[in-house]
Design a protein around this ligand. Structure first.
Ligand code: ADP
Ligand code: ASP
Ligand code: MG
Length: 452
């Protein structure tokens, strides 16, 4: 079995849904198909929730009407028959009726807000399943809220997902296509919750891991993982092959094409992940598996909104246990640390969630001095095959960035990551200059020296 996930743009127009049906029919394998909400819908639903939270019910009602009008015209082009359209209208009326009822509940709680956000994926999957039914396809809809679970820390429960999903699959052995929602899940309080923005990729990987799929395919609007962020850098190109480790670093350090946690379940169960372009299905895309290609430096990504914390203590000199005390504080506040650098008497760390920064700082001050934090920093992450005996990689990177102030450097923790901390005002310049120097400069030089 395979798991195919289609993102917001891939389902964002009626004709795209028609193409997905064709793509599914052109491939004989049995599939679980994970869908995101139509592009723009999750943002619109979040905005409706914000109006409801601010008790601006008239504004919320206006936003609901606008969004519903979009769906009403969408279904007119999606279905080919009167029966199909009637079914589509029934779905749209029911889901929007539910959104209206949620907005009316006072006081408006986070629970309702999450239910509203979940409507995006509920709408897209119900509409698509009704379309497949109209077209006589052999498909069924599995509600993600019946099998996708997270624990009290927001972490998916793979064993529970596996158990529930295999029971559901055994009840439908004859179905060729199983549709389900990305992103949404239930928490231990049995409430509707989600896997955070972009979470449909993670759903696909969790399902692929749970059923030990042959392959997970993430269908999106670009021909695979590029060597750099195509929204910021001009001359980027798709990478054909990445290892799980390389792809995980890129996703974690900001390559938006994948949710940061996507690779974990696939890697755990050894399921290859292929990134494909819905708009250009014949393009090879990117294969993420155990093998790697020769190229030394593979790709660059940037993670935004980083805060750097600088900790000093003379007690650290020749002492042991100091770092343990520091990290216990981050553990206490469930705040992941991304980068760390040390000297004899100081340690600098970066975090991307500064919700508990004040409390963390207060606890750290009990045994260390803190310099002023730097907010609005950026981690630039260079990923590749940097085994310990390779020389010159750091030189190439630092030489490219010689005009940009660097706050921290991390190299050698793994064989495929070199990370630097810079102020975010230098991000675009850093990504562009690294792109030219690491991917184009050497090729240009090679051409010059090998020219007859
Ligand atoms: P979907 O809605 O299908 O989940 P996303 O918008 O989440 O799609 O992800 C695809 C987008 O990610 C691309 O359109 C591209 O602009 C952006 N992106 C950022 N970094 C990269 C990268 N390194 N390679 C490819 N795409 C990237
Ligand atoms: N619809 C959700 C979002 O916009 C999940 C996803 O698209 O992956 O974040
Ligand atoms: Mg996405």
């Amino acid at each position: 079995m395979q798991v195919w996930k289609f993102g917001g743009t891939s389902v964002g127009k009626p004709e795209r849904m028609h193409s997905i049906r064709e793509l599914l029919n052109n491939d004989p394998s049995r599939k679980i198909v994970v869908l995101s909400a139509l592009s723009g819908t999750t943002n619109a639903l979040i905005s409706i929730g914000e109006s409801a939270k601010a008790n601006e019910d008239v504004a919320a009602a206006g936003k609901i009407d606008d969004l519903k009008a979009h769906y009403e015209s969408f279904i007119k082009a999606l279905y080919a028959t009167e029966t199909g359209l009637a079914k589509g209208k029934e779905i749209v009326d029911a889901e929007f009726g539910y959104i209206r009822s949620l907005v009316g509940i006072k006081p408006f709680a986070p629970k309702q807000e999450k239910e509203i956000v979940a409507e995006g994926e509920l709408l897209s999957t119900k509409m698509f399943q009704a379309y497949l039914e109209e077209q006589g396809e052999n498909s069924v809809l599995f509600p993600a809220l019946e099998f996708m679970r997270i624990d009290a820390d927001g972490e998916p429960e793979l064993a529970a997902i596996e158990e529930k999903l295999s029971a559901m699959l055994s009840q439908h052995p004859d179905k060729q296509t199983i549709i389900t929602q990305g992103f949404i899940c239930r928490n231990p309080r049995e409430e509707v919750d989600n896997l955070k923005r972009g979470g449909s990729d993670y759903t696909a990987s969790l399902i692929g891991g749970a059923i030990r799929a042959e392959e997970i395919q993430i269908w999106t609007d670009i021909d695979g993982m590029h060597n750099n962020d195509p929204r910021i850098v001009k001359r980027t190109f798709p990478i054909r092959e990445l290892t799980f480790e390389e792809a995980a670093e890129l996703a974690y350090f900001g390559a938006k094409i994948l949710h940061p946690s996507t690779i974990t379940p696939a890697k755990l169960r050894g399921v290859p992940v292929r990134l494909k372009n819905t708009m250009q299905p014949e393009a090879p895309g990117t294969l993420i598996a155990n093998q790697t290609s020769e190229r030394e430096i593979k790709a660059i990504a940037a993670k935004d909104n980083i805060t750097a914390i600088y900790i000093h203590s003379t007690r650290m000199l020749n002492a042991y246990g100091f770092l343990r005390r520091v990290f216990e504080i981050f553990e206490k506040y469930k705040t992941p640390v991304d980068m760390i650098t040390t000297s004899e008497v100081s340690v600098s760390v970066t975090i991307d969630n500064d919700e508990n920064l004040q409390a963390i700082s207060a606890d750290l001050r009990e045994f260390a001095d803190l310099e002023e934090h730097d907010r609005d920093q950026n981690i630039i992450c260079i990923v590749g095959n940097f085994s310990a005996d390779k020389e010159g990689i750091a030189l190439k990177v630092l030489d490219a960035l010689k005009h940009i102030p660097i706050r921290m450097i991390s190299y050698g923790a793994s064989e495929h990551n070199l990370s630097l901390l810079i102020h975010s005002k230098y991000k675009a310049e850093a990504l562009n200059v690294l792109n030219e120097r690491l991917f184009f400069y050497e090729d240009a030089m090679k051409d010059i020296f090998t020219a007859p």
